[in-house]
Ligand binder design. Structure first.
Ligand code: 13P
Length: 259
C-alpha cells in the first residue's frame, strides 16, 4: 500500500443474501467496524441488485461511511435488454463503484474484453467508478501466460479512456485459481502482478495515471492474509468474496488494512 493512495476494501457479496438478510449484514458490518481505525480506508459493499435499495437506505439513514457498490451493469442507459440493469439506474441509487468484468461473468456468462470495455466507459459516463477485474487461469499461470493474459485484459478494458479516468479507477487483480479456493497468491506473487499492471498503465496512459490508479488484489482474502498483502507497495486494497459475508471478519479485514 502506498501512502499516496487510499486503500479500498470492497466486499463482493456475489449471489448471496436476500434483501432482508442484506439489511442484517450491513447493520452488523457497521457496528463491527471501528471508525477510528478505518478513517483512512475506503470501504464498499456490493450486494446483489435486489438488495441495493435496502442497503442504500440503511447506509444513508444511519450515515454510515461505506460506499454502495454493484456487481455488474449493462453498457446502455436504457432499452430492450431484458434482465439487464443500466448504469443510470445504479447511479440513481447512489452507487459509487461498479465491478466490471469479474472472472465469473467472463467465464460463466461469456463477457468478452469488448463488452468489458463498453461497460467501463458506461460506468464512467454515469458518474461512477469502475472496479475492473483481470486475472489468469491456473493453466495460463502454469504455462507462464499470466502477464500476457492480464495485460491483454487491461489494455482492452482501458481502451478509449482518458488519463484522468484511468487514474481515478480501480483494477482488481483476481487470479482465477485463487477465487473461492482458499488458495491465495503469495504477497510477493500478487505484488509482482500488481506492479506489472501499474507499470503498464504508466506506460500507456502516463505516469500520473499509473501513480493514482488503485490496484486491488482478490482471491481468498481473509483476516489471516490481509496484512501480508497490504504490506506490498503496489497493492492498494482487496476485493473480498466469501469473507465479506461474515461481518466480523470483514470488519477485521478493513481494520487491518487501515492500521
Ligand atoms: P473469494 O474471496 O471468495 O475467493 O472471492 C474473490 C472474488 O471473486 C471477489 O470478487
Amino acid at each position: 500500500m502506498s501512502t499516496a493512495r487510499r486503500p479500498l476494501i470492497s466486499g463482493n457479496w456475489k449471489m448471496n443474501l436476500t434483501h432482508l438478510e442484506a439489511i442484517h449484514v450491513i447493520q452488523k458490518v457497521s457496528y463491527s467496524i471501528d471508525p477510528g481505525r478505518y478513517s483512512h480506508v475506503d470501504v464498499s459493499v456490493h450486494p446483489p441488485f435486489t438488495a441495493l435499495r435496502s442497503v442504500q437506505t440503511v447506509l444513508e439513514a444511519d450515515d454510515i461511511s461505506i460506499a454502495l457498490g454493484a456487481q455488474n451493469a449493462h453498457w446502455e442507459p436504457s432499452g430492450a435488454y431484458t434482465g439487464e440493469i443500466s448504469p443510470l439506474m445504479l447511479a440513481k441509487l447512489n452507487v459509487r463503484y461498479v465491478i466490471v468484468g469479474h472472472s465469473e461473468r467472463r467465464q460463466l456468462f461469456g463477457e468478452t474484453d469488448d463488452m468489458v470495455a463498453r461497460k467501463v466507459a458506461a460506468v464512467f459516463k454515469a458518474g461512477m467508478t469502475p472496479i475492473m477485474c483481470v486475472g489468469e487461469t491456473l493453466e495460463e499461470r502454469e504455462a507462464g501466460g499470466t502477464e500476457p493474459r492480464v495485460l491483454g485484459q487491461l489494455q482492452a478494458g482501458l481502451a478509449g479512456l482518458n488519463p484522468e479516468q484511468v487514474g481515478s479507477m480501480v483494477v482488481a487483480y483476481e487470479p482465477i485459481w485463487a477465487i473461492g479456493t482458499g488458495r491465495t497468491a503469495t504477497p510477493d506473487d500478487a505484488q509482482a502482478v500488481c506492479a506489472t499492471i501499474r507499470a503498464a498503465v504508466s506506460s500507456d496512459h502516463g505516469s500520473q495515471a499509473g501513480g493514482s490508479i488503485r490496484v486491488q488484489y482478490g482471491g481468498s482474502v481473509k483476516r489471516s492474509n490481509i496484512g501480508g498483502l497490504m504490506a506490498q507497495p503496489d497493492i492498494d486494497g482487496a476485493l473480498v468474496g466469501g469473507a465479506s459475508l461474515d461481518p466480523v471478519e470483514f470488519a477485521e479485514i478493513v481494520a487491518f488494512s487501515g492500521s
